[in-house]
Design a protein around this ligand. Structure first.
Ligand code: DX5
Ligand code: ZN
Length: 229
């Protein structure tokens, strides 16, 4: 029997106009988004610098949406307190960014936030075996982190399917998120594989109508859920 689980679109504000973030948020709220993805980059773990703690604090005042903070930073455990106190609801850390993944995940949970672990395209999901029972979500990068607007890497589909398979062996469950190159052409394949939270930056905010773009992705995702095997 097909497994039916709700799929959510998480617009990534990395692709929005930073001078008009309030307008961008209102548009995706009208489109039905419930999660807002916030990309934090430090110029070390990834070759780009983006958003920091004060922006998350401002977003918290501007919206009730779930704030999904994706830390693309080295030694993320140093900043978990600050992002949690700024109002993050979900915080994810890269497997590759810290030798203390377990400590980082538990620090996130101690703040009452949902904890996520992220893998880059070249990192096997098998490296997550020991941490998966402790996380609330696992995020598969379908591009190399650091920039929006890149092409989807098809190898992510198999990794999503593997995570879904691994999940059946755990008593505690986690959700599966995918990030990078998600748009009308890629939604169905990642949802069929098992993705449940779809991050979408360019395909939402570079669209002439972000509200309609969220609705369109949501519709495609909901159709694809029914095709899961
Ligand atoms: C990439 C970021 C993504 C990015 C996705 O490093 O983690 O969240 O915003 O952008 P698109 O949807 O344009 O690939
Ligand atoms: Zn991201």
């Amino acid at each position: 029997m097909a497994s039916i689980s709700p799929v959510e679109i998480a617009p990534s504000i990395l692709a929005a106009d930073f001078a008009s973030l309030g307008d961008a948020i209102r548009a995706v709220e009208r489109g039905g988004a419930r999660i807002l993805h916030v990309d934090v980059m430090d110029g070390h773990f990834v070759p780009n610098i983006s958003i920091g703690v004060p922006v998350v604090a401002s977003l918290r005042k501007a919206t009730q949406l779930t704030l999904d903070v994706h830390l693309m930073i080295e030694n993320p455990e140093r900043y978990i307190d600050a992002f949690a106190e700024a109002g993050a609801d979900m915080i994810s850390v890269h497997q590759e960014a810290t030798p203390h993944l377990h400590r980082a995940v538990h620090a996130i949970k101690e703040h009452g936030c949902r904890a996520g672990v992220v893998v880059n395209p070249a990192t096997p999901v098998s490296t997550l075996t020991e941490i998966l029972p402790d996380v609330d979500y696992a995020l598969v990068m379908s591009v190399n982190p650091g920039f929006g607007g890149q092409s989807f890497i098809p190898g992510a589909i198999e990794k999503i399917a593997q995570l879904r398979q691994m999940r059946s062996g755990y008593t505690r469950t986690f959700r599966i998120e995918v990030d990078g190159g998600i748009g009308p052409d890629t939604v169905a394949s990642v949802v069929r594989a098992g993705a449940e939270i779809l991050v979408a930056g360019t395909s939402v905010f570079h669209s002439p109508d972000p509200e309609a773009a969220v609705r369109g992705l949501q519709r495609l995702a909901s159709e694809a859920v029914l095709q899961r095997v």
